[in-house]
Ligand binder design. Structure first.
Ligand SMILES: Cc1cc2nc3c(=O)[nH]c(=O)nc-3n(C[C@H](O)[C@H](O)[C@H](O)COP(=O)(O)OP(=O)(O)OC[C@H]3O[C@@H](n4cnc5c(N)ncnc54)[C@H](O)[C@@H]3O)c2cc1C
Length: 416
């Protein structure tokens, strides 16, 4: 058994890892430079998409992206001043969209996401956290047959190959599930065994509280430098110094610089995304998260109101937010849910941590087994948080991980 473990990052991945390791008797300290759940885990759409297996880089993505970039209200944007920085990542991303690579990535994504629901149940059993999950499924709706066919063709092929369960719905089946939706949606795809979280921030904060109540230690601490010396991992910043026998780096989109200090150059970028909260009264309008497939946004009913999430923006970690991108979608929300109260309660920008192949990094640092990486969960961190924590625990218990982790190794891009 490892002596003292420090987990850096109290987002969903760090908090789930802390709970899972503690459950197995480890001495764990969870640290974050801010309050728990200050990163991407705060404001997402809260969907746990069981068996998700569609990587972002699919065949044809290059031409789809060019088309999208020229559209008004495009869900995709690349900041001109960031273009030269994102180019190497984009080249790798396009390379991953070859059919052979996309199929392989889908297989590896499915290998881990098929445990999404079961692992959340395992991690939250016998706690009040279990009540934050609802058995709602995950629904995408379309108005036109053409866009339904072109958007879902690849996903359906992959679902069939991976045996991911789904149903194709017609207009009346959509209305049975969501009676308040305007009768404009004629095609739907429904993954019934997915879950949704009523409040992602409450879930992650609740995990940290549970961890602390069970005797775990939480510290506000920023890690600026990390190194190995005297058989220990040393972390320091103006907050002081910390040392540990074992460290898990779960710092989401901010993980690249820490991994680099340990000698791993990992192509991690951020796909920035936004949310806009509508008044609490709107949350009862939908029974589940609904994706507007034609316009690429999600409406997710949460305890505080309907949450609209959207956008993939490549602009790095420092550029200021542009909330007009999500505000411009409000007329489309009114079209979906007539008479909805679209007064804005709040807006938020979050940083999805993404690799070109849509797979996370889960594995030991190349130079030392004293550091374990757990980041890069892209659009699926809420889905994959619990299973990642359980895999990390297997690894630190010197057990064969329940999901083979070779596809998620940190150095997989070294030869490309
Ligand atoms: C708009 C949007 C919608 C989304 N919807 C969904 C969804 O419906 N379902 C789904 O599965 N996923 C969704 N996601 C993705 C999901 O939110 C992320 O993949 C996930 O939250 C990443 O979790 P994390 O723990 O890796 O990182 P984060 O939640 O970003 O946590 C990282 C933490 O590390 C801390 N940190 C960083 N650097 C340091 C340092 N040097 N020292 C100390 N602490 C540090 C940060 O303060 C932060 O708290 C969505 C994302 C966005 C943006």
């Amino acid at each position: 058994m490892v002596n003292k473990i420090v987990i850096i990052g109290a987002g969903v991945v760090g908090a789930a890892s802390a709970l899972a390791l503690q459950k197995d008797g480890h001495d764990v300290t969870l640290i974050d430079r801010e309050a728990p759940c200050s990163g991407a885990s705060f404001g997402n759409a809260g969907a746990i998409i069981n068996g998700s297996c569609t990587p972002t880089a699919m065949p044809g993505v290059f031409f789809d992206a060019i088309k999208m970039l020229s559209q008004a209200n495009s869900p995709l944007s690349i900041s001109l001043s960031y273009f030269h920085k994102i180019m190497p990542w984009l080249m790798r991303f396009i390379w991953q969209s070859r059919s052979s690579a996309a199929y392989q990535n889908a297989t590896h994504l499915h290998a881990i996401s098929q445990y999404a629901v079961a692992s959340w149940r395992e991690l939250t059993e016998h706690s009040e956290l279990a009540s934050l999950f609802r058995e709602t499924g995950w629904l995408k709706v379309y108005q036109s047959e053409k866009s339904f066919a072109s958007s879902t063709r690849h996903s359906i092929e992959l679902f069939d190959k991976m045996a991911t369960k789904y149903e194709i719905l017609n207009a009346s089946q959509i209305r049975d599930l969501e009676p308040n939706l305007a009768p404009i949606f004629n095609y739907g795809i429904y993954q019934k065994d997915s879950l949704s979280i009523v409040d992602p921030q409450r879930l992650v904060q609740g995990m940290v509280d549970l961890f602390v109540n069970r005797g775990g230690c939480y510290k506000t601490f920023s890690v600026d430098t990390i190194s190995i010396s005297n058989e220990q991992v040393q972390m320091s910043s103006s907050d002081g110094t910390l040392s540990a026998d074992q460290v898990v780096i779960a710092t989401g989109a901010w993980s690249r610089t820490l991994a680099k200090q340990l000698g791993d150059n990992i192509p991690l970028e951020t796909e920035r995304g936004y949310h806009l909260m509508l008044p609490q009264s709107t949350s009862s309008l939908l029974n589940r998260p609904v994706v507007n497939g034609e316009n690429n946004f999600v409406l997710s009913p949460m305890s505080a109101g309907l949450r609209m999430t959207s956008q993939v923006e490549f602009a790095g970690l420092e550029a200021p937010p542009n909330y007009n991108k999500i505000r411009k979608l409000l007329p489309l929300v009114e079209q979906m849910l007539p008479n909805i109260d679209t007064r804005e309660e709040s807006t938020w920008l979050g940083f999805r941590p993404s690799l070109p192949d849509s797979l996370p990094v889960i594995g030991f640092a190349t130079r030392t087994k004293r550091v374990l990486y757990a980041f890069g969960h892209q659009h699926l961190g809420m889905t994959l948080g619990a299973i990642t924590g359980l895999i990390i625990t297997d690894m630190l218990n010197n057990k064969v991980p329940r999901v083979p982790i070779h596809p998620y190794r940190p150095n997989r891009f070294n030869i490309l």
